[in-house]
Ligand binder design. Structure first.
Ligand code: NAD
Ligand code: DAU
Length: 336
């Protein structure tokens, strides 16, 4: 089977490429990635020399490039990871999220339709459901209620993907996952940012009261869920992928401090994120009952593995934290 992966140099896409190429000899992968600040070829070093892997540097919004790639490679399926994925960046500047997440998804769907691609798996997020009052948990029929430019662009792209199934019978499957964590995550998201700051003895900026709740999913469990939906999901269906691990942010940050041996005095409660969703919670029993998938990695074990990876990969962290990262960090945190 040949897969076209978009955004395979990012956090989750690269985990999918590494996992798939090392566990499934029957798969070939073409990875189309623009290499934005979040894309990093170092994430793919373990598999870069594989003869079953090809990297293509390009933008999913480039219709001619995407069309030519599908004509040349004729993949059986597309797994669409590429996105502007960070809520805080979308708040500072919404335009890149709308360009890539909406126009880019449209460009891919249109090309997939023209080339009659056998399956289009659109990787989405539980953020499209917005903030849920306890004890509600979102199933796949829960209303969409996105709060940030990022989540609004993802909700829009979900609807667009679905419309290509309903209108053109393109075999679309949509997955919506909760908060991922694990190795190679760019240190702008909560867990890698707090780990790398803690290891460097820097302050840990917790937004507002830190009681916002997220459901945590180890990245390889997400990748296995995507593969299950790709292989055994039904055309036109949506599948939630959750980690069964709801925790308030402050509790996550305290676990990181305990595991890194740093004092709680490093915590700094700062001005809240505008439009901050209080709580995400989702049910993923549909994916489980239809495909047998369940999350396998407990949070404590996944977090320990992740912290060890950041300890062992100080060069990777140093590289991604140089240059533009400092400008972003000052822009997002200096005023808080
Ligand atoms: P990421 O920011 O780490 O990586 C995004 C990748 O997409 C990068 O390699 C980047 O270079 C590439 N990219 C961006 N714009 C592009 C463009 N126009 N053309 C080609 N490539 C482009 O993101 P991630 O955290 O790995 O998220 C991957 C997907 O999973 C996204 O669609 C995101 O919405 C979704 N998701 C993420 C999470 C999470 O917790 N991180 C949870 C659920 C769903
Ligand atoms: O739920 C899935 C989503 O999870 C994905 O779709 C997104 O791509 C991904 O970025 C993530 O979104 P969040 O906004 O939930 O993740 P983030 O890591 O940015 O923040 C997690 C929580 O931690 C959130 O309540 C905000 C808080 N936070 C975050 C940062 C970066 C802080 O308190 N301080 C911080 O410095």
């Amino acid at each position: 089977m040949k897969l076209l992966i978009t955004g395979g140099a990012g956090f989750i896409g690269s985990a999918f490429v590494r996992l798939t190429l090392t566990t499934d000899a029957a798969v070939r992968i073409v990875n189309l990635d623009k290499l934005t600040y979040a894309g990093n070829l170092a994430n793919l070093e373990p598999v870069a020399e594989s003869e079953r892997y090809r990297f293509v540097h390009g933008d999913i919004c480039d219709a001619a490039l995407v069309d030519g790639l599908l004509a040349d490679e004729r993949p059986e399926a597309i797994i669409h990871f590429a996105a502007e994925s960070h809520v805080d960046r979308s708040i500072l500047s919404a335009s890149p999220a709308f360009e890539t997440n909406l126009r880019g998804t449209f460009t891919l769907l249109e090309a997939a339709r023209q080339h009659a691609v056998g399956r289009f798996l659109h990787v989405s997020t539980d953020e499209v459901y917005g903030s849920l009052e306890p004890p509600a948990e979102a199933d796949e029929n829960f209303p969409l209620n996105p709060s940030s430019p990022y989540s609004a662009s993802k909700a829009g792209s979900d609807l667009l993907a679905r419309s290509y199934f309903v209108t053109y019978r393109l075999p679309v499957v949509i997955t919506r996952a909760s908060n991922n964590y694990g190795p190679y995550q760019f240190p702008e998201k909560l867990i890698p940012l707090m780990i790398s700051n803690a290891l460097e003895g820097r302050q840990l900026p917790v937004y507002g009261d830190g009681q916002q709740i997220r459901d945590w999913l180890y990245v390889e469990d997400h990748c296995r869920g995507i593969r299950s939906a790709l292989d055994r999901g039904r055309d036109g269906e949506i599948y939630n992928i959750g980690g069964n691990c709801s925790l308030p942010n402050l509790q996550v940050v305290r676990k990181i401090l305990a595991a890194t041996g740093r004092p709680e005095s490093l915590i700094r409660q700062v001005q809240d994120r505008p439009g901050h969703d209080r709580r995400y919670a989702l049910r993923s029993d549909k994916l489980t009952s239809e495909t047998g998938w369940t999350p396998e990695v407990e949070f404590e074990a996944g977090l320990a593995r992740t912290i060890q990876w950041y300890r062992d990969n100080a060069d990777w962290v140093r590289n991604v934290k140089s240059g533009d990262y400092q400008t972003y960090y000052a822009r997002n945190y200096a005023h808080r």
